[in-house]
Design a protein around this ligand. Structure first.
Ligand code: XMP
Length: 310
């Protein structure tokens, strides 16, 4: 595929479709939404408003860091604090599909819907890619981001049109486009991170305390595996407890799963053969997190497992 041509075509399409209207997009800092942000600003300049929604589910320092990186590229991104709203909506919810649904609804119908209305935006740019569409259509999972393909009209439901300039690409294609758009390595080489963010890595209820546990574990895993060359790596908090011994007392502690995979496009994956020393080191660090006394390494390929746990 000629990716230069792809970029030129998408810029042209966006210009023609949006005309003089206001467009809006949400940036998560993942490679998909980052590429859409740069493409969108190339096509629309200040007519595109880019917002980073802090949904309380992001990694350590992530919202501030992403805003800073884009500032460095001359693209202004507004940071919107919606942490309370997301946490309130997720409280008490344990069903995986419902958790995803709550996040989608809170995002589109509430937080983002309000922004779109307040700013009079007619278009929403979204970083949906081909894999998202295929897996949702196949019924494997409700992806966070493809309302139109599952028969929900965003115009009728939410009052705006969704534009998805990357919907013919897979992850490897998006990375090629990212390179051509001169995205800094910190963004273009970023490992994939799901729309529902850390909520995809908490089995059971999402609470501020449980988020803190998985966030700390995520920081450790990302530090330790940054040089691994793996496609994706993560920490997951299970909804169960295991017996342990702490300060000579029996403790029912939390269980963290380490997942690290090899993949080309996330459609299939196998567990990375990490060196034993590395696994041990990660385990040692993970069980220093408050209340965590087990760390497991997930060997399951996709399929039958998915990459994420929720
Ligand atoms: P699964 O868990 O479906 O993940 O095997 C495949 C790839 O997609 C990412 N993923 C998501 N990305 N929104 C996204 O933008 C989502 O809702 C979502 N769920 C999973 C996952 O991290 C993996 O790379």
């Amino acid at each position: 595929m000629d990716y230069q041509k792809f970029i030129a075509e998408q810029v042209e399409n966006l210009k023609n479709t949006v005309g003089d209207a206001i467009a809006i997009n949400a940036l998560s800092g993942g490679v998909d939404s980052s590429v859409v942000t740069v493409l969108g600003h190339r096509a629309l300049g200040d007519q595109l408003k880019t917002i980073f929604v802090d949904n309380a589910l992001m990694r350590q320092g992530e919202p501030q860091r992403v805003v800073e990186i884009f500032k460095g590229m001359g693209i202004g991104v507004e940071l919107l604090d919606a942490r309370e709203e997301f946490l309130a909506a997720l409280a008490g919810e344990t069903d995986p599909e419902k958790k995803r649904q709550v996040i989608t609804d809170t995002f589109y119908a509430k937080v983002f819907g309000r922004e779109v209305k307040d700013r009079g935006a007619k278009f929403l740019l979204h970083g949906t890619i081909l894999t998202d569409i295929e897996e949702t259509v196949a019924g494997i999972k409700r992806q966070h981001n493809i309302l139109a393909q599952i028969g929900i009209s965003p115009e009728e439901t939410y009052g705006y049109s969704v534009l998805e300039p990357l919907k013919t690409l897979r992850k490897d294609g998006v990375r090629e486009v990212a390179k051509l758009l001169d995205l800094p390595d910190e963004l273009s080489r970023r490992i994939p991170f799901p729309g529902p963010a850390l909520a995809a890595r908490i089995v059971g209820e999402v609470t501020p305390e449980r988020l803190e546990t998985v966030r700390e574990a995520t920081t450790i895993v990302e530090e330790e595996l940054a040089d691994s060359g793996a496609f994706q790596y993560m920490a997951v908090l299970l909804n169960d407890r295991a017996t342990g011994i702490r300060d000579n007392k029996r403790q029912f502690g939390q269980i963290i799963v380490l997942r690290c995979i090899e993949s080309v496009d996330a459609r299939t994956a196998t567990a990375t053969q990490l060196p034993w020393e590395k696994l041990n080191r990660i385990c040692e660090r993970i069980v220093q997190i408050k209340d965590v006394n087990r760390c497991l390494y997930d060997l399951t390929p996709k399929p039958p497992a998915a990459v994420e746990y929720v």
